[in-house]
Design a protein around this ligand. Structure first.
Ligand SMILES: Cc1cc2nc3c(=O)[nH]c(=O)nc-3n(C[C@H](O)[C@H](O)[C@H](O)COP(=O)(O)OP(=O)(O)OC[C@H]3O[C@@H](n4cnc5c(N)ncnc54)[C@H](O)[C@@H]3O)c2cc1C
Length: 448
């Protein structure tokens, strides 16, 4: 790889002479934006290519609980702790777990979602402002998280309307990127942060995500305290998890007065088509979901009846636990693109953001100004990426194992008896891999 080769693209240029590394991040989700931000605060430019046409397009629904040892720690590295707490809802960490009759399983009531130890760097290690419980995992709406990350990036860092179609290795560690809109760019470091169906991943492994046998329908109750008071009371300030008979409902309060409803059930991947339904017909799809839960307690039936027609269906897919690849110069993956897992360890976004932080911190010493691009830079960059991947593989495998373990036990006839697994045991559950790279098991799946 030679740094002085004429460059065809403008990805991540920081110098007029074009001798700094061009870093392309594919995907402006939590991982991609966190990565670009942490590089930016260290004076390193990157370009994020996002398929969506602008920041307002997609309903960024759901809430996420950010853990002190990963998600919030990444925000500290991004110098966005204050911005996070301005939007966070510590009270949203409250969770309740029940069976299909609405009864708490033996020994379980409501409580705050527990968290692992906070990161170093603040008095209590959490970055929590006075009054907030540093031990809890505060919730933040996904849209707010995305908004604060986007607001923190320099203008032009995110190129909207750029869906990567394919990336072509140039043989010297660089890659040529082909976008659906006809744009072509060349980069020195390519980072796939584009989630489940990564277009960068095939450069590293032929492995694709597979269906878990569980489908998810995401619905929502508008103005829930007024339209579904029974369900709203059952949910409280945070989330209500009800799993039983191989299916489950997660009801989750959002900051805009909506309660988001996630319905999980075992089904063939094409259940919609088999049932003669389509996501374009939300009323009938909603009715079909309600039939799945017809023998559940009234608060659940009322909740489903009060949902509006904003509905999203999703087959739950995962990558194999412990997926790895051999090092390939100039390219790597972060977040779901690297270790897509079922949401039942509540870790996906936290890992995605911590991957981003670790990768940025690994490459920063090589690329920070006044570094200029040389052959030696390419070699050092690859060594840095290799170090990142080694830790990421271990962490991803550990949590994907926990997540698969929880998935099977929660989507079970007696799923309610196993819901404590998602509430953050002090150590790995029986049969799960021992040791917790990146922190102890914590968290609950709290939103997409
Ligand atoms: C129901 C549910 C609940 C969850 N709850 C939690 C939780 O409580 N806590 C938690 O930690 N995790 C949770 N997760 C997991 C979490 O949502 C993901 O792990 C996280 O969003 C991964 O972030 P990411 O940036 O890697 O990918 P994504 O969030 O998938 O972002 C990828 C981005 O890339 C863009 N993109 C895709 N393809 C292309 C392309 N070809 N070119 C350009 N751009 C592209 C997309 O538009 C998107 O903006 C949940 C997941 C689900 C399904």
């Amino acid at each position: 790889m030679t740094g002085t080769t004429a460059r065809t693209g403008t990805t991540g240029d920081t110098g007029a002479d074009g001798t700094t590394a061009k870093i392309a991040v594919i995907g402006g989700g939590p991982a991609g934006l966190t990565l670009a931000r942490i590089l930016q605060v260290r004076g390193i430019a990157a370009t994020v290519y996002e398929r969506e046409p602008d920041r307002d397009v997609r309903g960024q629904g759901g809430t996420l609980d950010l853990h002190g040892d990963t998600g919030r720690r990444a925000l500290q590295e991004a110098r966005l702790t204050e911005e996070f707490w301005a939007k966070a809802r510590p009270e949203g960490a409250e969770f309740r777990i029940v069976d299909k009759h609405g009864a708490a399983p033996r020994g379980f009531g409501a409580g705050p979602a527990p968290d692992a130890a906070g990161p170093p760097g603040t008095a209590d290690g959490s970055g929590a402002p006075g009054g907030a419980d540093p031990g809890a995992s505060p919730e933040i709406d996904r849209g707010d998280l995305r908004g604060l990350l986007l607001d923190s990036l320099a203008p032009g860092v995110v190129r909207w309307g750029h869906r990567l179609d394919r990336a072509e290795p140039l043989g010297d560690g660089r890659h040529r990127l082909h976008f659906d809109n006809g744009a072509v760019e060349v980069c020195d470091l390519l980072i796939g942060a584009e989630g489940a169906h990564s277009r960068v991943r095939p450069l590293l492994t032929p492995v694709e995500p597979h269906y878990t046998g569980v489908s998810l329908v995401e619905l929502g109750i508008p103005d829930a305290d007024r339209t579904a008071p029974g369900a709203a009371a059952a949910v409280g300030n945070g989330s209500l998890f009800a799993f039983h008979d191989n299916k489950g409902l997660v009801l989750q309060r959002n900051s805009d007065g909506r309660i988001r409803v996630y319905a999980f059930f075992r089904s063939p991947e094409d259940w919609l088509r088999v049932a003669g339904l389509s996501a374009d017909d939300p009323a009938r799809t909603r009715a079909a979901v309600a039939r799945h839960f017809a023998d559940w307690a009234p608060e659940f039936r009322d909740a489903l009846a009060a949902c509006d027609d904003t509905l999203r269906t999703q087959p739950l897919e995962i990558l194999p636990v412990g997926l790895r690849w051999s090092r390939s110069p100039g390219v790597t993956l972060v977040g779901d693109a690297a270790h897509l897992m079922s949401p039942f360890a509540g870790q996906g976004v936290n890992l995605a953001m911590w991957d981003a932080a670790e990768l940025a911190l690994a490459v920063a010493p090589v690329l920070a100004p006044p570094a200029r691009w040389e052959d030696s830079t390419a070699a050092s960059l690859d060594a840095a990426v290799e170090g990142y991947e080694k830790a990421m593989f271990e962490r991803g495998a550990f949590w994907a194992g926990i997540s698969a373990f929880n998935h099977d036990r929660v989507l079970a006839p007696d799923g309610h008896e196993n819901l404590h697994l998602m509430a953050g045991p002090p150590g790995p559950p029986d049969g799960a891999p021992a040791g917790a790279p990146g922190g102890a098991p914590t968290g609950v799946p709290a939103g997409a």
